[in-house]
Design a protein around this ligand. Structure first.
Ligand SMILES: [Zn+2]
Ligand SMILES: [Zn+2]
Ligand SMILES: [Zn+2]
Length: 143
């Protein structure tokens, strides 16, 4: 539910001593409403439908605040600008380099790989920061 997700994020800001401004609320609502992965520019388009007065710098600062508080995070998909997520939906992204489709995949799928890397190198992989690129089923079926 977008409403519950928004309230959870706002509660986390409050718990960290942050103020809930109407700008911040509008930005978080816009981020919570979709299960897609907006860039800051796309997020701004949604925010401006609710509140045209929010400035772009505030939107950049707010997503950084969310990230610093662990409420949100960004992912890199291919060559484009980073895309934003709330932290209550961590998953891995598969990005088709032919058609650009983004397929969400449960994060646990990578657990065996993560464990093997940790066991052999001690390195802890933060896999959701980057997406995996490749070719989607539709594009690889083209003859
Ligand atoms: Zn990054
Ligand atoms: Zn494709
Ligand atoms: Zn996603």
């Amino acid at each position: 539910m977008p409403f519950e997700r928004t309230e959870r994020a706002l509660a986390a800001i409050r718990a960290n001593g942050g103020r809930i401004t109407s700008d911040r609320r509008a930005i978080i609502e816009a981020l919570a409403e979709g299960s897609d992965h907006p860039t800051v520019e796309e997020l701004a388009e949604r925010v401006w439908k609710r509140n045209p007065d929010v400035n772009l710098a505030t939107i950049y600062r707010t997503v950084e605040l969310l990230e610093n508080l662990g409420i949100g995070f960004h992912v890199h998909m291919g060559h484009g600008p980073s895309r934003w997520h709330l932290s209550d939906e961590v998953h891995q992204h598969l990005v088709c380099s032919v058609c650009g489709a983004v397929i969400d995949m449960p994060d646990e799928v990578l657990d065996p790989l993560r464990e093997q890397i940790a066991a052999t190198t001690g390195f802890v992989v933060d896999a959701h920061h980057f997406s995996l690129t490749g070719t989607c089923a539709d594009c690889s079926n083209v003859t």
